[in-house]
Design a protein around this ligand. Structure first.
Ligand SMILES: [Mn+2]
Length: 311
């Protein structure tokens, strides 16, 4: 899939809506904002939609532009960093019924749900957008470089994962040359925590259970109440479990409604947790994926364990 078709679709449209996935991260938000910067340079009308709360750590990307409620008609809809239309949340019906849609994504599990699908296996969706803009000799600036860089940082654990290539480091080298505030971006995306979030870690660790190479953690509604936090505060907690040396698969169940769990998987080595998430209707990458599960938490964990064994 070449970039031209997407560039033409963007250039031909005047009123564009951009959608990110639920449980939004730096990559989807950065991708959306980068496209917005590009489009606004041509005086296009752009609206940004996220069917979920956006954590204040992403304020560093300028996420104030995001709205929740669709009010208008658009001549082009773009979904970024979404492997499946369900990932955009309640807008999915509107998206599927629209005649002019684009999806830009880097998940190997992408279902090609849009009319035009730009799907490439890169470390982040912002890498695809960078290369698309590069192909038309776009004149980068600090604003767009910052959000593209943030997507890479977010999806590579701060340039630390094994799927990185020298190409990505070259892209990063170019992006940071536009005076990206590296310390500010990494502080907000990788280190910044509220007191409540740290207390949430205390509850998560006290729920930690290890069975051979499998580790699980559960965060309940009560834990959120005790720490004055919400499910958007959970990011990264599952990494404490996967970082245990003998653990190869880790899962964190986060209760967002009574007996409804947002599930994060992490895998090490040859284990492909995107397959694990697929078993439960979710998706993601080889080392990091997610899904939703409903029911009793112990039963959910048992189901997951069985799926791990049959991987
Ligand atoms: Mn991504």
């Amino acid at each position: 899939m070449e970039f031209t078709q997407v560039i033409n679709a963007l250039n031909d449209a005047n009123k564009i809506a951009i959608f990110v996935h639920i449980n939004p991260d730096a990559d989807c938000l950065g991708s959306a904002i980068a496209l917005g910067v590009y489009l606004k340079r041509f005086n296009k009308s752009v609206n940004f939609f996220c069917d979920d709360e956006i954590h204040s750590n992403y304020d560093v990307l300028g996420v104030k532009c995001f709205e929740r409620v669709l009010q208008d008609e658009y001549d082009l809809l773009v979904a970024v960093d979404c492997s499946d239309v369900m990932r955009i949340g309640s807008y999915c019906k509107y998206f599927m019924a629209h005649p002019n849609t684009v999806c830009i994504d880097h998940h190997s599990t992408n279902t090609n749900f849009a009319k035009i699908n730009l799907v490439k296996q890169e470390v982040s969706t912002t890498v695809i957008i960078y290369e698309m803009l590069k192909s038309i000799n776009y004149d980068f600036d600090k604003e767009i470089a910052t959000v593209l860089y943030a997507g890479i940082i977010g999806d590579t654990g701060g340039l630390a994962y094994g799927d990185l290539t020298s190409k990505v480091f070259q892209i990063v080298a170019e992006l940071v040359s536009y005076e990206v505030d590296i310390d500010k971006v990494s502080y907000y995306l990788l280190r910044r925590r509220s007191y409540g979030q740290l207390m949430l870690l205390k509850y998560a660790l006290s729920s930690l259970s290890i069975d051979n190479n499998f580790a699980s953690m559960v965060i309940t509604l009560q834990d959120f109440e005790q720490t004055n936090t919400t499910p958007t505060d959970v990011f990264g907690l599952v990494n404490y479990a996967i970082n245990i040396d003998e653990v190869d698969v880790a899962v964190c169940l986060c209760e967002y409604l009574p007996n409804k769990y947002q599930v994060s998987f992490r895998g090490k080595g040859s284990i492909d947790v995107s397959k694990l998430a697929n078993v439960f209707g979710g998706g993601g990458h080889k080392n990091a994926s997610g899904c939703r599960l409903f029911g009793n938490k112990d039963k959910c964990i048992e189901k997951i364990k069985k799926a791990v064994i049959s991987l």
